[in-house]
Design a protein around this ligand. Structure first.
Ligand code: FNR
Length: 388
């Protein structure tokens, strides 16, 4: 019933704003410092328009794509998002199952509150995202566990050398460790649906949520100070560690958080199977440009050697098609899927997938293409530039 009024991905945000306690909505929706990168992730898409072709037979159009040896039903997947289980009951499992049903990839976050083995059980095709310290023992320990759980694709996030300035979390009352106080309690009272169906249900069925998947041996409860220590590694990860990881990890290896074409080339030369061009949804370096702006330069530098994925601000089928035109083989979408899981569980996520996929299909028809391979830079036009 709730879903009938959701016509586009942005509608999930409006609904989630009403459904989630303010600190939790603030944690998901917000970014670092002034939110400049968050805004640029959206506005960069608006700088490009399409040049459609007409009277083309588009009856055979398909949005299926091959990526890292798999065929997916659509050119988008679910980006890794930490502590999703605070927004939706067993959130990571909801996302994993819906993605499995739709045959799109779901990347589970290494800072999830659900055990990685459980997510692999819910969807054996899910990918695992790791934050790793520059400590070989701990790196190898986690890789072993991820491999044993059956994950075939490891996504290493590399744009988190230090913790970002998330002052917006402080403003909205969110923190890790979580500090329950009168504000959260009041929010819980005025959001009974979330309080009963997500928070109390979790506490009753599973107890206090823990960070279950870091390189620490035992999960740390979200209320504990040790969480912070665990995320602040003693030694920083560097390119040498990536070589070690490449040597040990037999599955597909993806590096997420690349923005410079120089780094894209080093990653490729280190033997990774793909990269995600990303500014972490604007949540790390505030002022980092939108990934869309650097996509074409990276595509030229890599010259088709490894697939380029991107994320940040993708909300419409037209955004997906613009990213593909500029060199992406695949995109990921973050926040809207967590909002969808929060307000309507698996049905909500499936609805979100359907909306985006339908938009892509319709736009392919209107653009006059049958395959995503037909999207190239000359299908786009910079909006400041007028043909004469
Ligand atoms: C994230 N992101 C993220 N990335 C990652 O590699 N590991 C993580 O644990 C998280 N956690 C996380 C939590 C939340 C609430 C958000 C919104 C984002 C970043 C995420 O994978 C992705 O890069 C962006 O969210 C993509 O931008 P959009 O689609 O949200 O605009």
């Amino acid at each position: 019933r709730r879903l009938r009024r959701i016509l586009a991905l942005d509608d999930f945000e409006t609904a989630a704003r009403r459904h989630l306690p303010r600190p939790i909505f603030g944690y998901v929706s917000g970014a670092a410092e002034t939110n400049a990168s968050l805004r640029d992730n959206r506005s960069a898409f608006e700088e490009f328009g399409f040049v459609p072709r007409v009277l083309v037979d588009v009856s055979k159009r398909t949005q299926k794509v091959e990526l890292l040896g798999r065929t997916y039903a659509a050119p988008f997947g679910i980006a890794p998002m930490g502590i999703s289980a605070l927004s939706a009951y067993r959130g990571d499992l909801v996302l994993a199952r819906a993605a499995g049903q739709a045959n799109i990839p779901m990347v589970m976050s290494g800072s999830s509150l659900i055990r990685l083995e459980d997510v692999a059980g819910a969807n054996p095709e899910a990918w695992f995202q790791a934050y790793l310290p520059g400590e070989p023992d701990r790196i190898l320990g986690l890789l072993e566990r991820v491999e044993r759980a059956g994950f075939g694709t490891l996504v290493l996030t590399v744009d988190t050398a230090v913790l970002a300035n998330r002052e917006n979390n402080v403003r909205s009352g969110f923190s890790t460790p979580l500090r329950p106080g009168p504000r959260l309690a009041w929010d819980g009272i005025i959001r009974p649906n979330w309080t009963l169906n997500t928070f109390l249900r979790t506490l009753l069925m599973h107890g206090m949520p823990h960070f279950e998947n870091s390189y620490a041996t035992r999960g740390a409860p979200i209320l504990a100070r040790s969480v912070m220590r665990d995320f602040g590694a003693k030694d920083h990860l560097n390119w040498r560690h990536l070589e070690l990881i490449r040597e040990r990890w037999k599955g597909r290896l993806v590096v997420k958080g690349i923005m410079a074409k120089e780094d894209a080339c080093i990653a490729r030369d280190s033997g990774v199977d793909g990269i995600v061009v990303s500014n972490h949804g604007g949540r790390q370096l505030d002022g980092a440009v939108s990934p869309l702006r650097v996509l074409r330069g990276i595509a030229e530098a890599l010259a088709g050697t490894i697939p380029i994925m991107m994320d940040g601000g993708v909300r419409r089928g037209s955004d997906v098609l613009k990213a593909i035109a500029l060199g992406a083989a695949f995109v990921f979408v973050g926040r809207p899927f967590v909002y969808a899981a929060a307000i309507a569980g698996e049905a909500g996520v499936s609805h979100a997938v359907r909306i985006l996929s339908t938009e892509i299909d319709r736009n392919m028809g209107l653009l006059g293409i049958n395959s995503l391979r037909e999207m190239s830079p000359d299908r786009l036009h910079r909006l400041s530039h007028v043909d004469t």
